[in-house]
Ligand binder design. Structure first.
Ligand SMILES: NC(=O)c1ccc[n+]([C@@H]2O[C@H](COP(=O)([O-])OP(=O)(O)OC[C@H]3O[C@@H](n4cnc5c(N)ncnc54)[C@H](O)[C@@H]3O)[C@@H](O)[C@H]2O)c1
Length: 339
């Protein structure tokens, strides 16, 4: 049973991946500083898995703390989720993003190297494609950073590539996530944004549950079928399985790789609103407002490489994504603060 260390383990994608790894027979150690998650997640994981999680509260930017964590646990591989992720905030606070996302990655890699662990799965993002020139997006499409957050993901991929070039014992998988949504089918864990949600589905969920009055749709004059922005939504449970597949690949001694994790299907904002209304039985009133700076018309993956190399593909459709999100939102109207 291989031991896997997850940084950012109590976050949205980390907590779902934790359960998927346990179900696949891995031993998991979680690390998080709760800068964007709640300790309540650990209670929920205990309920779901029937065992208390092995957890270290630590900041991945703290080199001494990370060295100590690696010495104590000696993992076979790391999944590095820990990062700040809000695009708009990254433009307002670039130094925070570079320190946390780049500094945290470098410290984590140094802790790994000191303990002889050289396998990492890294959370990259479709944002590394910048403004897509052709669709669907293949991994060999042009890359560009259009905001500091995107720059940290592009630089993260570069750091791992350089590490592999300097020392062939490093094997890494950079997973470019498209738009993760949905929640665990239990309704016990899900996405719990602090303040105003930056992403569409959590916003829609909060309108449906009555926490917010109306949705703002940023632009209906894009060159898309209904004029609103098109994205590749992927169920967080499928995404979690993508990490299991990538870890198996690396632990089999296979080479480093960079792959998209998406479904390959594009849905518009209005498609998602209608699917959510159907799943929840609640209205989602919206207003069309001006386009938001930095948004692209459409972005969706070519998921063929992940299917070929990792034998992985997304299984859940938009209806299931909305149903699971709604179960989480309606059972926990105030997220993890719901008693
Ligand atoms: N959710 C998305 O839409 C999306 C899309 C593409 C890529 N990603 C990437 O996936 C990863 C996970 O995203 P998520 O949606 O689960 O975000 P999240 O904010 O829910 O989870 C990230 C976790 O990392 C922790 N963290 C942040 N900085 C830390 C530090 N210095 N030390 C220790 N812990 C720290 C936070 O407390 C949080 O629990 C991130 O790297 C993100 O950039 C997310």
């Amino acid at each position: 049973m291989s031991k896997i260390l997850l940084t950012g383990a109590s976050g949205y994608i980390g907590s779902h991946t934790w359960l998927a790894l346990q179900a696949a027979g891995f031993e998991v150690v979680g690390v998080d500083n709760f800068s964007n998650s709640s300790p309540e997640v650990l209670q929920r994981l205990t309920r779901l898995s029937g065992q208390a999680p092995v957890f270290e509260q630590a900041d991945v930017c703290d080199a001494a703390a990370m060295r100590a964590v690696f010495e104590r646990h000696q993992p076979a591989a790391v999944v590095h989720f820990a990062a700040f992720k809000a695009v708009g905030e990254s433009a307002a606070k670039p130094l925070d993003y570079y320190r946390n996302n780049i500094g945290g990655l470098v410290n984590t890699c140094e802790g790994m190297r000191a303990s002889g662990c050289t396998r990492m799965v890294f959370s990259s993002s479709a944002t590394v494609y910048g403004v897509p020139e052709t669709l669907p997006l293949r991994e060999d499409a042009a890359l560009s950073a259009v905001n500091p957050y995107g720059a940290t993901k592009l630089m993260g991929e570069t750091i791992l590539r350089d590490l592999g070039a300097s020392d062939p014992t490093w094997q890494t998988a950079a997973l470019r996530y498209f738009n993760p949504v949905g929640a665990h089918e239990s309704g016990l864990i899900g996405e719990d944004p602090r303040g105003t949600p930056n992403n569409l589905m959590p916003y829609v969920a909060q309108v449906a549950v009555g926490r917010r009055a109306r949705l703002q749709v940023f632009g209906n004059d894009y060159t898309t079928p209904d004029g609103t922005g098109v994205r590749d939504y992927i169920h967080v449970l499928d995404l979690a399985e993508g990490h299991v597949a990538a870890l198996r690949f690396l632990l089999d001694g296979r080479e480093s790789l960079t792959v998209n994790l998406g479904t390959g299907a594009g849905y518009s904002v209005l498609d998602l609103v209608r699917a959510y209304e159907a799943a929840s039985g609640r209205p989602v009133p919206y207003d069309i407002v001006a386009r938001r700076t930095g948004d692209v018309a459409a972005c969706y993956a070519d998921p063929a490489l992940a299917r070929d190399r990792l034998n992985w593909q997304a299984r859940h459709d938009l209806t299931r994504m909305c149903e699971d999100s709604w179960r989480w939102q309606s059972l926990n109207p105030n997220g993890f603060n719901t008693p």
